[in-house]
Write a protein that binds this ligand. Structure first.
Ligand SMILES: Cc1cc2nc3c(=O)[nH]c(=O)nc-3n(C[C@H](O)[C@H](O)[C@H](O)COP(=O)(O)OP(=O)(O)OC[C@H]3O[C@@H](n4cnc5c(N)ncnc54)[C@H](O)[C@@H]3O)c2cc1C
Length: 407
């Protein structure tokens, strides 16, 4: 097999980085990217930040072009087949099928199908309810909000996308309420100390939080007019943003005997467990990271598609050539978030901590800078910096470049 064909399923950040890294790893055969979206890979984080805040109201195709990743020369010959999702696969035979019925055979396969937003399964009208993952979602939300401030917006879910969307919508002058049934904003990821401090900051800017209750239904005829809480209370709403987590796009891998309990299970070199010459990258991949422990987890941060693509591509190229690869993959996850003058930057996995320490600054004065460190069984597992400069961030990253022994 001199020039094996590689197929990448999923045409976003993970799929693009996989194609680039296959070339870096020396793959000279064909690369075909099969994508469900009709657009070339584009950057999602601005959708809840600059794009939502901007006065421009571009149609989805133009917005996707504006957010598109630069196409490197090494991937000029990659064949992007877009707007036709893969619906089935036979990993033993080495073939995938798209919705249009086209069969694409491969010798090597990259799974890069990411996530889609979960929708709330509650009764009521659907018009006026939004999620935020794609340029189409962003366009629909902007169109519904119109250009007038003062719309009553209910954001359901106080995770990162919910809090960021709420913050941006508040800067546009909307009347924003966030509903979260479990804990305080982003608490599951960053813990109570930082979470409550950020909540106070957002409240000071006029965002209301209704915590400890979920949504049981929507009121309205043609479109949403209100949100019914578990307590029976009704919040009037012109627009609702549902930010209640995600589902993994793995249905097309069913019937192959894989572990798809939460994304797709891989080994530490991103090989899909139970398949040959198949690797996974990005949000959909559940992999063990010895920086923390051996428990496989998915990581939904922008840095991970790039990190996983580098290792997955090197693994696939080696496996196709029958060469061994032995070095361990030890990525340090990182994410950022922008919320009403706060720049949050995290390293590691704060969610794994059993102890949280305010190392620098005062949670009551977030704008002046805060550093929270996260520890498990006495060992550092993460940091959260709020409004700290790039030099301090570099120092913190340096600390994490040294292996942290498993707890
Ligand atoms: C609004 C928003 C804001 C964000 N902000 C931040 C941030 O500030 N910081 C941060 O660290 N991260 C942020 N993220 C997360 C970051 O964007 C993701 O981690 C990243 O997009 C993951 O890339 P991916 O390629 O793995 O998956 P995805 O981006 O989900 O891409 C998967 C692609 O596969 C396609 N696909 C799915 N099923 C199929 C199929 N069957 N056949 C073919 N194609 C398929 C999808 O249509 C999609 O194009 C944000 C995400 C969103 C949505």
């Amino acid at each position: 097999m001199s020039t094996p064909r590689v197929v990448v399923v999923g045409g976003s950040l993970g799929g693009l980085r996989a194609a680039e890294q296959l070339r870096v790893a020396g793959h000279t055969g064909s690369i075909t990217v099969l994508g469900a979206e009709p657009h070339l890979p584009y950057n999602r984080p601005p959708l809840s930040k600059e794009v939502l805040a901007s006065g421009d109201h571009l149609p989805p195709a133009e917005l996707a072009e504006r957010l598109a990743f630069r196409r490197r020369a090494s991937t000029a010959d990659v064949d992007f087949r877009l707007g036709d999702p893969v619906v089935a696969s036979d990993l033993r035979a080495g073939v995938v099928w798209t919705g249009s019925g086209a069969a694409t055979p491969y010798e090597g396969l990259v799974v890069a199908t990411g996530l889609r937003p979960r929708r709330l399964d509650v009764p009521g009208p659907t018009a006026g309810r939004h999620v935020l993952r794609t340029v189409e979602d962003s366009h629909a939300l902007r169109a519904d909000l119109g250009r007038r401030p003062g719309q009553r917006v209910v954001v359901v879910g106080a995770g990162f996308i919910g809090c960021e969307s709420a913050a941006t919508l508040r800067t546009l002058g909307h009347d924003v309420t966030v509903v979260e049934p479990v804990g305080t904003p982003m608490e599951r990821v960053i813990g109570a100390v930082a979470s409550t401090a950020i909540q106070r900051h957002l409240e000071a800017a006029g965002i209301r939080f209704v915590l400890g209750t979920g949504i049981t239904g929507y009121l309205g005829g043609e479109r949403v007019e209100g949100v019914v809480l578990g307590s029976g209370r009704v919040l009037p709403a012109d627009v609702v943003v549902e930010a209640v987590g995600s589902l993994c796009n793995t249905e097309w891998l069913a019937e192959n005997g894989l572990d798809l309990a939460d994304g797709v299970l891989t080994d530490n070199r991103m090989r899909v467990v139970g398949a040959e010459r198949v690797v996974a990258v990005g949000d959909v991949a559940r992999f063990p990271n010895p920086v923390f422990d051996d428990v496989p987890r998915r990581v939904e941060h922008w840095s991970i598609p790039t990190d996983t693509a580098r290792v997955a591509a090197a693994t696939l190229v080696a496996d196709l050539a029958g060469r061994p690869v032995t070095d361990e993959f030890r990525p340090v996850p990182s994410f950022w978030s922008d919320q009403l003058g706060l720049r949050l930057q995290s390293l590691g996995s704060p969610a794994l901590a059993d102890e949280v320490v305010v190392a620098e600054g005062d949670p009551e004065r977030l704008l002046d800078g805060l550093l929270v460190t996260y520890h498990r069984e006495g060992r550092p597992v993460g940091t959260l910096a709020v409004n700290l400069g790039p030099a301090r961030q570099r120092e913190l990253r340096e600390q994490f470049s040294h292996p942290v022994p498993a707890a």
